[in-house]
Design a protein around this ligand. Structure first.
Ligand SMILES: NC(=O)c1ccc[n+]([C@@H]2O[C@H](COP(=O)([O-])OP(=O)(O)OC[C@H]3O[C@@H](n4cnc5c(N)ncnc54)[C@H](OP(=O)(O)O)[C@@H]3O)[C@@H](O)[C@H]2O)c1
Length: 289
C-alpha cells in the first residue's frame, strides 16, 4: 500500500503494548520451564500456555483490559487493537472481533482464508451488536427512559476488523482509514509474543519516533496453605514476553502510577489486589528514546 500523504497518524501517537505476565524461573542454560527455585535460574515473564492464557479467568484483569482498550480518548474515535493471528484465534469465537474496537490481525497467510474468516466473523458480530443495540433502544422507548440519545449512539466507537501482513502495514492501514478521518483513538498491541517482539524490535518505519509504552498486569498465584500461610505457586507457561527486565540499562523507565492512570484513562494505583488464589498489580513502562 502506498504511504498516505494527508493527515497521517501523528508519529507522536504512542503505541501501547498491553499484557498480563507472570514470573517464571527458567534454567538459564535452556528454555526448560521450572516450577521451583534453582541456583542457576533467570526469571522470564510468562504470557501463554497451549494457545491460551496460563491462568483461569481473572476478572479484574479482563475487565481492566476491556475498559482500557475500548474506552476512546475522544468522543467519535475508536481505539485499535493490533494482534497476531494466534491471539485473534484465542479470543472466544462469539466475542470476536472484540466490540467497540478496530481489531487488526497480522498474518502471513496469502491464500485469503484468514481475511475471509475474520471478515465473516466481523459481519456476524456487527449484526449481533446491532440487534442488541436495537433491543436496548426499544426497551428504553417502552420504559420512557432516555438512557441513550440518538446522538450518543452515533458516536459509539466502531466495531471493525483489518487483516494485514505486517505491523508497518497495520499502522499504515489505520492511518489511511480511521486516521485521515480523525476517527482513530489509541493504538494498542495486545499480543502475542511474536507481535510484542515485532513491536519492540524497532526498525519498523511506522514505529520510529513513536513513544512505546507497556501497560502490564503482573500476575502471581499465591494460595493460602493449610497452615494459613501464603505459598507461591508459579503457573506453567510455554510463551513468554520478549523482554523481562525494564531497567534504564535495558532502555526502559518505570512510569509512575499517575502516568499510567493518564495513559489508560482510569485510576491505577500500582497496589497488589487479591482475587481468589491470584494477586494482580498494574504497572507501566516507557521505552527510552
Ligand atoms: N498474557 C497476555 O497478555 C497475552 C496476550 C496475548 C496473547 N497471549 C498468549 O500468547 C499466545 C500467542 O502468542 P504467539 O506468539 O504464539 O502468537 P501471536 O503473536 O498471537 O500470533 C502469531 C501469528 O501472527 C502472525 N505473524 C507473526 N509475526 C508475523 C510477521 N512478522 N509478519 C506477518 N505475520 C506474522 C503469524 O500468523 P499466521 O500463522 O496466520 O501466518 C503467526 O503465526 C497464546 O497462548 C495467547 O493466549 C497472552
Amino acid at each position: 500500500m502506498p504511504p498516505s500523504t494527508t493527515n497521517p497518524i501523528p508519529p507522536s501517537l504512542p503505541l501501547t503494548l498491553i499484557v498480563a505476565t507472570t514470573p517464571i524461573r527458567v534454567a538459564s542454560s535452556s528454555t526448560t520451564v521450572t516450577t521451583h527455585a534453582q541456583n542457576d535460574t533467570n526469571t522470564r515473564l510468562g504470557i501463554g500456555l497451549k494457545g491460551t492464557l496460563p491462568w483461569p479467568r481473572i476478572k479484574a484483569d479482563m475487565s481492566f483490559f476491556a475498559r482500557v482498550t475500548s474506552r476512546p480518548p475522544v468522543k467519535g474515535t475508536t481505539n485499535a487493537i493490533i494482534m497476531g493471528r494466534k491471539t485473534y484465534d484465542s479470543v472466544p469465537k462469539h466475542l470476536r472481533p472484540l466490540g467497540k474496537r478496530i481489531s487488526v490481525v497480522i498474518t502471513r497467510d496469502q491464500t485469503g482464508s484468514v481475511r475471509e474468516g475474520v471478515l465473516q466473523e466481523l459481519e456476524a458480530r456487527k449484526a449481533k451488536l446491532a440487534a442488541t443495540a436495537k433491543a436496548k433502544a426499544e426497551q428504553a422507548v417502552e420504559s420512557a427512559t432516555t438512557s441513550m440519545t440518538t446522538s450518543e449512539a452515533e458516536v459509539e466507537p466502531a466495531t471493525d476488523a483489518i487483516v494485514t501482513p505486517s505491523l508497518d502495514d497495520a499502522l499504515e492501514q489505520l492511518d489511511c482509514t480511521y486516521g485521515v478521518e480523525g476517527r482513530l483513538g489509541k493504538v494498542f498491541v495486545i499480543g502475542g509474543a511474536e507481535i510484542y517482539g515485532a513491536s519492540l524490535r524497532g526498525g519498523s518505519v511506522g514505529l520510529q519516533k513513536r513513544p512505546i509504552r507497556i501497560v502490564m498486569t503482573n500476575v502471581v498465584r499465591k494460595p493460602f496453605g493449610e497452615d494459613g500461610k501464603v505459598v507461591e505457586e508459579p503457573f506453567e507457561c510455554d510463551t513468554f514476553f520478549p523482554e523481562d527486565q525494564f531497567t534504564v540499562e535495558k532502555g526502559w523507565r518505570s512510569a509512575s502510577s499517575e502516568e499510567v492512570t493518564e495513559w489508560v484513562g482510569e485510576e491505577v494505583t500500582g497496589e497488589w489486589k487479591r482475587e481468589g488464589d491470584v494477586e494482580v498489580q498494574m504497572v507501566g513502562f516507557e521505552k527510552l528514546k
